[in-house]
Write a protein that binds this ligand. Structure first.
Ligand SMILES: *[C@@H]1O[C@H](CO)[C@@H](O)[C@H](O)[C@H]1NC(C)=O
Ligand SMILES: *[C@@H]1O[C@H](CO)[C@@H](O)[C@H](O)[C@H]1NC(C)=O
Ligand SMILES: *[C@@H]1O[C@H](CO)[C@@H](O)[C@H](O)[C@H]1NC(C)=O
Ligand SMILES: *[C@@H]1O[C@H](CO)[C@@H](O)[C@H](O)[C@H]1NC(C)=O
Ligand SMILES: *[C@@H]1O[C@H](CO)[C@@H](O)[C@H](O)[C@H]1NC(C)=O
Ligand SMILES: *[C@@H]1O[C@H](CO)[C@@H](O)[C@H](O)[C@H]1NC(C)=O
Ligand SMILES: *[C@@H]1O[C@H](CO)[C@@H](O)[C@H](O)[C@H]1NC(C)=O
Ligand SMILES: *[C@@H]1O[C@H](CO)[C@@H](O)[C@H](O)[C@H]1NC(C)=O
Ligand SMILES: *[C@@H]1O[C@H](CO)[C@@H](O)[C@H](O)[C@H]1NC(C)=O
Ligand SMILES: *[C@@H]1O[C@H](CO)[C@@H](O)[C@H](O)[C@H]1NC(C)=O
Ligand SMILES: *[C@@H]1O[C@H](CO)[C@@H](O)[C@H](O)[C@H]1NC(C)=O
Length: 399
């Protein structure tokens, strides 16, 4: 118990002692470390100076004296004379035109009236990174093959960072970083690996980036044709051949199995004729991979006016409107019927069946009524297929 208290007291005394030195600014303190580039200037500036009075002090590099101040006279070592300055108020030493050999420990020693004070700091000088370049293959990169990207540059490189399309490039089973991160090997190369690669060489005083755009030759694996499959006579048709390929493929178009002279990505017919109905085939060919893929498309040219109002004819719309009205009327009838029966507390299975039968009757009646009430509706002009659909619709309503 006694020893614990003694230890605590010792602790407090130590804290007070340490703080008394540092916190009151009585001690000499230098920054712990400076990092600068060659040809730059480093400034060794005390963070805190002793409150003591002093006239003599020395700046040293290792054991070598840079500058010795005694009272009003100071002597600088000839090796430093041209590239140092001293601020006699702050005692800051400036060292210009840094070279790699300036790296090391710098010590300031002060001979005060009450005591002497010493502090040391470390200077690290690095060559700036310059001339960063990202070297990749200059010839074509085929999907399935492998390649290596290498980041080169001058200066002391501490680390290398890689990005692809502005996102950090991470290692994977097919993306392998060299042990110093200077190169990245991609094996096998996939089409998703195409993009903009960037490497950044980094050291504590500078960084340098370079980039490389990687193009991957591939495809096409498949081809398809996009466009409207039905068009009216004298209508406009734009068929697009879609094929994923690098480089962009060469296109050929066939119509009903016969070659055409169209060699663009799109097949355009400004004013369609009935004879334009048929099978359009696009052949996309990659002249580097020598791969070829075809896609086909059936175009139907219909009579003019048959598509007014969109995919459904006026007659079909009228039919749907009638159907909906009939349905609403039927539902209303059903509700009325149910309310009536519930009021009379008759809800047997028989009565429900009767309801259904009655409702169907109502349905038919309204149907006929509506049809008879519309004698001025022009008879819809329908191509045979649509007319048939119309019949089917009426049939559905009846069943
Ligand atoms: C030298 O390094 C210090 C800290 O490491 C920094 O504050 C200072 O700006 C650098 N000097 C130059 C000229 O870059
Ligand atoms: C800096 O140092 C280099 C090599 O020591 C020297 O060639 C150059 O002239 C110096 N530059 C200045 C501005 O002092
Ligand atoms: C990969 O490259 C080598 C040499 O350049 C070549 O022989 C090989 O055919 C290529 N493989 C593929 C899949 O392109
Ligand atoms: C990456 O960022 C740069 C600048 O922020 C931009 O110009 C470039 O388009 C970006 N690249 C990609 C692939 O997003
Ligand atoms: C290489 O980069 C990875 C992060 O991408 C990092 O974890 C690793 O430490 C680096 N290696 C070297 C030698 O810099
Ligand atoms: C044809 O369609 C494609 C894809 O929809 C479009 O990019 C192109 O501009 C169109 N061409 C014409 C002449 O309308
Ligand atoms: C269209 O033509 C291509 C090639 O001539 C053929 O392979 C395809 O089966 C045809 N499509 C139809 C629906 O006839
Ligand atoms: C392509 O063929 C059409 C008839 O099939 C012809 O009218 C047109 O002039 C030809 N175009 C070219 C560029 O040969
Ligand atoms: C379609 O019309 C455009 C402009 O009106 C014209 O440039 C194009 O050559 C025409 N295409 C065909 C296949 O007639
Ligand atoms: C093309 O084939 C379609 C059937 O696939 C046929 O209806 C059309 O008449 C043919 N057109 C020509 C010009 O041969
Ligand atoms: C592939 O075709 C393009 C034109 O579309 C041409 O510029 C290129 O030289 C061709 N490449 C080869 C390898 O034939």
């Amino acid at each position: 118990m006694y020893s614990l208290m003694a230890a605590l007291a010792l602790c407090c005394a130590l804290i007070l002692l340490l703080c008394g030195g540092v916190c009151s600014g009585e001690n000499l303190i230098l920054p712990s470390k400076l990092q600068n580039a060659t040809k730059e200037t480093a400034q060794f500036k005390p963070i805190s100076l002793p409150t003591d009075t002093y006239n003599d002090y020395i700046w040293r590099f290792g054991t070598l004296t840079i500058l010795n101040v005694v009272g009003t006279s100071d002597s600088a070592s000839p090796a430093y004379r041209n590239r140092i300055s001293l601020d006699k108020t702050t005692l800051a030493l400036e060292l210009r035109n840094l070279t790699l050999s300036d790296s090391g420990d710098y010590t300031l020693s002060i001979n005060g009236d009450k005591s002497s004070y010493t502090a040391t700091t470390r200077l690290e000088v690095f060559e700036r990174i310059s001339g960063a370049r990202l070297i990749g293959p200059s010839d074509l990169i085929m999907e399935g093959n492998s390649t290596t990207l290498t980041c080169e540059g001058n200066g002391a490189v501490f680390s290398v960072e890689w990005m692809k399309d502005n996102k950090t490039l991470s290692p994977s089973s097919s993306i392998i970083f060299s042990s110093d991160n200077r190169s990245v090997t991609i094996s096998p190369i996939r089409r998703a690996d195409r993009g903009d690669y960037q490497c950044t060489l980094i050291n504590p005083v500078s960084s340098g980036s370079a980039s490389y755009r990687m193009t991957v030759i591939f495809g096409p694996d498949s081809t398809r044709v996009d466009g409207r499959s039905e068009v009216e006579e004298e209508g406009y048709v734009n068929l697009s051949c879609i094929a994923d390929s690098e480089p962009v493929p060469l296109y050929k178009w066939e119509f009903n199995g016969t070659k055409t002279n169209v060699t663009s990505k799109t097949y355009i017919v400004n004013s369609t004729k009935f004879s334009d109905s048929g099978n359009y085939t696009c052949i996309a060919r990659n002249n580097v991979t020598k791969l070829e893929a075809t896609g086909s498309f059936i175009l139907v040219v219909k009579e003019k006016g048959s598509e007014a109002g969109g995919p459904l004819s006026a007659g079909a719309i009228a039919g749907i409107v009638i159907g909906v009205l009939v349905g609403v009327a039927g539902a209303a009838g059903l509700i009325v019927y149910f309310l009536k029966f519930n009021g009379g507390q008759k809800s047997s299975k028989d009565s429900r069946e009767a309801t259904n039968r009655d409702n169907t009757g109502l349905y038919y009646e309204n149907m006929n009524e509506l049809q008879n009430n519309q004698p001025r509706l022009p008879p819809p002009r329908l191509p045979p297929r649509e007319a048939h659909e119309q019949d089917a619709e009426y049939e559905n309503i009846k069943h």
